[in-house]
Structures are given as structure tokens and as C-alpha cells.
Design a protein around this ligand. Structure first.
Ligand SMILES: Cc1cc2nc3c(=O)[nH]c(=O)nc-3n(C[C@H](O)[C@H](O)[C@H](O)COP(=O)(O)OP(=O)(O)OC[C@H]3O[C@@H](n4cnc5c(N)ncnc54)[C@H](O)[C@@H]3O)c2cc1C
Length: 406
């Protein structure tokens, strides 16, 4: 991806990186939930003296950030390095919903969450209790359903609507600019970020454009590894996951209960999620593929037919209201979870390059952790450090030799 080419002389940056002289021009690469949240909080905090540009290759929230479940949990990451990030982000989601969702509905709502076990091709045993099950969950469950989240501790958003709403607000209220084009390279001179080279689509002549920057945030999800400046430090890989979106005939019968399912079929146990949405849809995801290669662009990610068929079968096993005939299939899709080798996100300044930051590797919690990541990145870029969340556990420095962990 990196390439050497002569550059026009850019105005020398006065950005110090320690908060004394903040950057004037910030470029955020990647229009997923992480990039958009970073742009939103950068614009809000930076005010009119900081220009923020988001560069997105395809369309905003076209990848995992548009195809995720959108489930949020306050305390499910407790006991792990993610705990503070997740708790802060859960609260930020609440605050944002109060501020924004009342005006532009992006599907935020608190939900009760149940854990259930289901077995394919088994019949509901006589005497099995349905206590605690929402009436629409009429499949052959085994064991007792467990409440694993309440409306105080679990919630949801429609991830694509959330991400797009946040970007629209950033554009309308704070003048953030959105550029559709592929980031080809980040130009670095004397250990300082200088500009970003962007290739726009054929419609704009396909010619590369140079966008000056004194700070650049790389939030490219599973595509982060395509940039040598990052892949020389750590590995980001993608795990493919499938999902379907169903629209039941009578959405009013589906109560706001998120379901975490263990589904047994042919002796194999699958972990799946079922999320009814306030938009009247029911989202089902699972069917992971560890070894699928990440294609060049989000639009080239194809779902596997057999995984989609399995999700449909699971839908109708969970509820007769989700069977073919009772519900229409609105989407059959796949996307990639951005993952690191130690399972934690990478959020921080890229070592030895002033003005270069990274935020990726959020795995299965990027929608939850997007807002706190964005707010922390905004503080890091503008103040030189993050106060809202301690970013030490996520520093890219941990991948350098001599910093303890691999
Ligand atoms: C099936 C599934 C269900 C999930 N459910 C949940 C959930 O319920 N709750 C939760 O918290 N998380 C969930 N997640 C995880 C969450 O979706 C991700 O962690 C999150 O979306 C990652 O966001 P991102 O912005 O880092 O990456 P992405 O969403 O992948 O965004 C990266 C963006 O970068 C763009 N890009 C790539 N290359 C370039 C380039 N060269 N130039 C410009 N732009 C480029 C891409 O087009 C893309 O838009 C789920 C994930 C999956 C796969």
C-alpha cells in the first residue's frame, strides 16, 4: 500500500501532539462505527478551528458497522481489560440516545436479555416450563431460560442507523467533511504525518488526491492490516460472520427481548444471537468462519449459502413467527469482525510517528465500544492524553519487543 512519490511542499505543521498546540487538520480513515465516533467527538471537542475529514472507501457503515447486531451491555466485559471502556461506552450510548435518538430514530432501546438452549428436530417435552419466555419464542427449548441482562444493563441500537446518524450530525452541526475514496497511503516525513493519498472512484476521474493532515486516525477495521505502517507492528485479521434480517408479519407480537442462543444440531453446538429491533425487524447472527480471507472491499464480502440457510432454520426453530411464510427475508449478509492477536482493541498513537493514531480490533464489541473509543481518541489527539478512559491496555506499544506482552 505504501508508495514513494514526490509531494508538493505542505505548510509545516505546528501540531505538538501533547495538547499544547492541537492539530488544525485531522483526517479519519474509515467510515465504520469507530471512525465515525472518532470524527464526531473530535469535531465536538475541537470546535471550528479544527477541520475534520472522514475518508471512506465504499459507504458509511457498509461493513461490520452496518451488519452487526447492535447489542450493548454494561457489565459483560467486567473482569477483562475492556471493562472501563465498555461501561463508559454504555453510558455514552445512553447520553447520545437522549441527545439524538429522540429527534432521529436510530433504534436505541433498553432490552431484557435471555440465554436459551435449543435443539433442532426435538419436540417440546411435556411438562417443560415456559416461565420467563416471551410468548413469541415458541420453539423446542431445553433447560430453563436464564435472564442475563435487564433494561438497566442491556440495550440495543440499529448499528447502521446509529453510525449514519452520528456522521450526519457531525457533518451538519460541526462541518465534518465526508470523502468517498480509498486511502492509498499516509505520507510521513521526518517522523511526522504530512498527508493522506486518496484514490477516488471512476466517476471523479479515478485520480489520486492529496489531503494535507497534521493528525491521521486509522480506523479501517479488518482492513487495517493492509497498511504497512500498522502491519509492521501488529496483526489485524478478520473473522467472517453471517447474519439475516427478517420482517415478521406482525412485528407488534415480538417483544423487546434479546436472545443469546446455544443451538444444538447434529451433535454440534452453535452460539447465535437473535435481536428483535424497534424498526420491526428481527436480526439473527452467528455462523463464524475463521479462515475466510478479507477481500479488498466491503462490497465484495459474499455470504455462504449454507450458513444463511442454517440461520433461517434457526429462526423458524426459535419462533413460528420467524418461519418462511410468516416473515420476509430482508437481508442475507456477511461481514468481518476486526481482531488482534491478543483479542484486545488497539487504540493509541502509532509509535515513532507524530500525528498518527490507530483505533481498531474491537472484535464483537465495536458497536458498544465505538463511542468511548471515539471520545478517548478525540482527547488523545487534541489534548495529548485521554481522560475519559485509560488507554494503556490498548496501546500499540504492547506489541513492541520489550513491552511485556507479544
Ligand atoms: C455478525 C456481527 C455481529 C456483531 N454484533 C455486534 C453487537 O451486537 N454489538 C457490538 O458491540 N458489536 C458487534 N459486532 C462487532 C462490530 O460490528 C465491529 O466491532 C465494528 O463494527 C467494527 O467497526 P470498525 O469501524 O472498526 O470497522 P468496520 O465497520 O469494518 O469499518 C471499517 C471501514 O473502513 C473502510 N475502509 C477499508 N479500507 C479503506 C481504505 N483503504 N480507505 C478508506 N476506507 C476504507 C471500510 O469500507 C469500512 O467502512 C458484530 C460484528 C459482526 C460481524
Amino acid at each position: 500500500m505504501e508508495m514513494a512519490r514526490p509531494l508538493p511542499a505542505a505548510t509545516p505543521s505546528t501540531f505538538t501532539g501533547d495538547g499544547t498546540r492541537p492539530p488544525k487538520k485531522v483526517v479519519v480513515c474509515g467510515g465504520g462505527v469507530v471512525g465515525v465516533c472518532a470524527a464526531y467527538f473530535l469535531a465536538q471537542k475541537g470546535g471550528p478551528t479544527t477541520s475534520i475529514t472522514v475518508i471512506e472507501k465504499s459507504s458509511v457503515a457498509c461493513a461490520a458497522s452496518g451488519k452487526a447486531g447492535g447489542f450493548l451491555a454494561l457489565d459483560w466485559c467486567d473482569g477483562s481489560p475492556l471493562s472501563q471502556l465498555a461501561r463508559t461506552s454504555f453510558q455514552l450510548h445512553r447520553d447520545l440516545a437522549r441527545e439524538l435518538d429522540g429527534h432521529i430514530n436510530y433504534g436505541y432501546r433498553p432490552v431484557d436479555t435471555l440465554s436459551l438452549s435449543l435443539q433442532e428436530q426435538s419436540k417440546l417435552k411435556s411438562g417443560s416450563s415456559r416461565v420467563g419466555l416471551p410468548p413469541w419464542v415458541d420453539g423446542p427449548f431445553s433447560g430453563v431460560p436464564k435472564t442475563i441482562g435487564t433494561t438497566e444493563t442491556t440495550a440495543q441500537v440499529h448499528p447502521q442507523l446509529f453510525t449514519r446518524t452520528l456522521l450526519s450530525k457531525a457533518v451538519e452541526d460541526h462541518g465534518v467533511q465526508l470523502v468517498i475514496g480509498a486511502v492509498e497511503n499516509v505520507e510521513i516525513q521526518d517522523g511526522q504525518v504530512l498527508s493522506v493519498l486518496v484514490k477516488k472512484g471512476a466517476a471523479e476521474g479515478g485520480s489520486p488526491t492529496i489531503i494535507d493532515a497534521d493528525a491521521v486516525v486509522l480506523a479501517l477495521g479488518p482492513w487495517s492490516g493492509k497498511f504497512g505502517v500498522l502491519s509492521s507492528l501488529f496483526r489485524v485479521h478478520g473473522i467472517k460472520a453471517h447474519s439475516i434480517v427478517l420482517r415478521p408479519e406482525k412485528p407488534e407480537e415480538i417483544t423487546p427481548h434479546a436472545l443469546s442462543l446455544s443451538y444444538t444440531t447434529n451433535g454440534k453446538c452453535l452460539d447465535l444471537e437473535v435481536y428483535p429491533r424497534p424498526t420491526g425487524e428481527v436480526y439473527i447472527c452467528g455462523m463464524l468462519e475463521d479462515d475466510a480471507p478479507v477481500p479488498d472491499g466491503a462490497e465484495q464480502v459474499e455470504p455462504k449459502g449454507e450458513s444463511i440457510e442454517m440461520l433461517k432454520r434457526i429462526g423458524e426453530t426459535v419462533s413460528s413467527r420467524l418461519s418462511v411464510g410468516s416473515a420476509t427475508v430482508e437481508a442475507e449478509q456477511a461481514c468481518f469482525l476486526p481482531c488482534t492477536t491478543d483479542g484486545q482493541p488497539v487504540i493509541g498513537q502509532v509509535p515513532n510517528v507524530k500525528g498518527l493514531y490507530v483505533a481498531t480490533g474491537h472484535s464483537c464489541w465495536g458497536i458498544l465500544n465505538g463511542p468511548a473509543t471515539g471520545a478517548a481518541v478525540a482527547e488523545l489527539v487534541l489534548d495529548g492524553q485521554s481522560a475519559i478512559v485509560d488507554l494503556k491496555p490498548f496501546s500499540p506499544l504492547r506489541f513492541l519487543r520489550g513491552h511485556g506482552r507479544p
